[in-house]
Design a protein around this ligand. Sequence first.
Ligand code: FES
Length: 174
Amino acid sequence: MTPPKPPKTGPRHAPHWKTDFSVDWDATDYVSRREFTRFLGLSSAGMAAGTVLIAGLASVGAQPVPEVPPLRLGKVEDFPPGSSSAFEYPQKGQYSLLVRHEDGTFSSYGQKCPHLGCAVYYEPREKVLECPCHEGYFNARTGDVISGPPQRGLSLVKLDIRDGEIWAVGGGGH
Ligand code: FES
């Protein structure tokens, strides 16, 4: 009578790595409800803390908008009615346009067209501001669009007249 053969399963027939580095797969795959809830809680808390940190850094890093100093443009009589004059304002490399209307009043706007950035100029016969690039027209008293492709009006430059002199005191730009 021959002795029974040993079974082919079990630790005796397992590869060496399984016996040398045994892992209880059932135990490692199991995540309890409590562990999962803790994971969700910690993740949410981490994201909330990150949001607060970013908001704090953004508020600390926010720079106040620098105030543009007033710019003297000249004496009122230097600008005859129906004339216009360009001047560098509110920053170096940015230009604005001063218009003196026929009734003696003034208006001023950033010279850059809000469509694609061409320089607008005053057209005294029609009494409008015109952009030559795509025939955009603006009201010379309000800066609003009259016709053409621009979707918004020109940026207003605030003016102040003191002791017979005219000053740009804010606004403009793009
Ligand atoms: S850039 Fe002024 S109308 Fe196009």
